[in-house]
Design a protein around this ligand. Structure first.
Ligand SMILES: [Zn+2]
Length: 97
């Protein structure tokens, strides 16, 4: 996907499934993944990681973002729907995607 160095960290508590902090002042980009992500089936973990890596290159959710994510995961729209549905049940509404 062309993302350069990305550091991953894990977080707990309420909040989003994952987030990406862009590189600033030469620092590395950081992707934060909620521990609960790893309750998901592995293909949805892949989706969450790819989703955040795509945000390293493109912020927002415009056509360019989905084109980039679709190159890495052609089935990304279906995976998003699956995550939206399963995420509600696994996390009992505690987290938003
Ligand atoms: Zn996003």
């Amino acid at each position: 996907m062309g993302a350069e160095e990305v550091r991953c960290a894990f977080r707990a508590g309420r909040g989003r499934v994952a987030a990406t902090d862009p590189a600033q002042g030469g620092r590395h980009t950081r992707a934060l993944l909620h521990w609960a992500t790893f309750q998901l089936p592995i293909h949805l973990v892949d989706y969450v990681v790819a989703y955040e890596l795509a945000h390293v290159r493109v912020s927002g959710h415009g056509p360019e973002y989905w084109r980039l994510l679709g190159r890495a995961l052609p089935e990304c729209r279906r995976l998003k729907s699956e995550l939206d549905e399963l995420g509600r049940r696994v996390w009992m509404g505690d987290l938003a995607s």
